[in-house]
Design a protein around this ligand. Structure first.
Ligand code: ADP
Ligand code: MG
Length: 321
């Protein structure tokens, strides 16, 4: 069945989000939305666009496309240690297909709900399938955690084992050589990323800089270095690599893990004087982060392996390259 623009908005986006939070003064239906921001807090905003065949295969289940659109945005909130609150959706559709919209709306709802975020507005147009989502969140902190805050001597951390999403992306759609449970694991990493909002409190206490590593660890760590006017040295054997990447990439596993994109873990830096308290907080909150190197004054990236230093080229995904 084909629906007009207003019916689409009403059925798939307005109705499911009617019972919004108290802080939404005006949601979907007027010319713009209005929300309430507590006096001591700051608004943090991010936008990401997903284009069919650039960011996801067009044949994907619309549920997964929506999930991904939400999570790539929420990951930017995680990197700022902000709490996501409100979303606006720019949806461009080639045609109005109610079955597709049904799945998309369900994915959107589930993904937003899992982070207590509500849809407060958007725009619906016809054209090549493109999903633009903006997320707005709150942070209590006066001095934001920025990419520019890393100092020489700071220790570099990542929040999880790397490379599985990139392995899934690279293998898509030829999965036959993976075991069924491995396929499920990889697909989950690739299609259902869970951004690290859970680390917000810890980052606000201890991080001097932070970034999400959706372009790949080396590329995104390089962004921290450039913004902070410093360099970084990685300890090669300390880089956490996903077991499936170890299994299928063998000798090139680490290089693959640090240059693979679509990763929704975080990379951040901590002042060495704060390390004992930081480790204690991690332990008491049952979180795991991996120390992978340190910041240096000398610009650029390098890594140390068996006591020898090697230069490291930041590699990751870039449009227009
Ligand atoms: P306008 O012409 O004033 O921009 P629209 O007809 O585009 O209004 O939108 C009507 C209402 O529906 C607005 O509140 C808008 O934010 C909301 N809306 C439109 N498209 C979407 C969408 N895809 N998701 C969520 N809200 C939407
Ligand atoms: Mg509009």
């Amino acid at each position: 069945m084909s629906l007009d623009e207003f019916k689409i908005i009403e059925t798939y986006f307005k109705k499911p989000f009617l019972h919004a939070q108290k802080d939404v003064i005006l949601g979907i239906g007027d010319d713009a939305a209005c929300v309430c921001i507590p006096a001591q807090e700051r608004l943090v905003a991010a936008l990401d666009t997903l284009v069919a065949e650039v960011h996801f295969p067009i044949e994907w289940d619309a549920y997964d496309i929506a999930w991904r659109a939400v999570m790539v945005n929420i990951s930017d909130m995680a990197a700022m240690a902000a709490l996501p609150k409100w979303a606006l959706l720019g949806l461009t559709l080639p045609h109005s297909d109610s079955q597709w919209l049904e799945r998309f709306a369900k994915g959107l709802q589930d993904a937003l709900q899992s982070f207590q975020t509500v849809l407060i507005g958007g725009d619906t147009t016809r054209g090549p399938l493109t999903i633009t989502l903006t997320i707005q969140g709150l942070t209590v902190q006066q001095n934001l955690i920025q990419r520019s805050g890393a100092k020489p001597g700071d220790i570099i951390f990542v929040t999880g084992a790397l490379g599985a999403a990139a392995l899934a992306y690279q293998s898509w759609p030829k999965w036959q050589h993976f075991l069924p449970e491995e396929q499920a694991q990889l697909l989950n990493k690739f299609q259902r990323p869970i951004p690290r909002i859970d680390l917000g409190d810890i980052l606000r206490q201890y991080a001097t800089s932070a970034i999400d590593i959706s372009d790949g660890l080396s590329a995104d760590l390089f962004h921290i270095c450039e913004a902070s006017q410093v360099g970084a040295c990685l300890e090669w054997s300390d880089i956490p690599v996903h077991p499936l990447v170890q299994k299928y990439k063998k000798d090139t596993a680490i290089a693959f893990a640090i240059s693979g994109g679509d990763e929704y873990e975080l990379c951040f830096t901590v002042n060495p004087k704060d390390l004992p308290a930081f480790y204690q907080t991690l332990q008491s909150s049952h979180k795991i982060c991996h120390a992978i190197g340190f910041i240096e004054a000398d610009p650029g990236l390098r890594y140390r392996h068996n006591h020898i230093l090697y230069p490291l080229q930041p590699e990751g995904y870039q449009h227009f390259k």
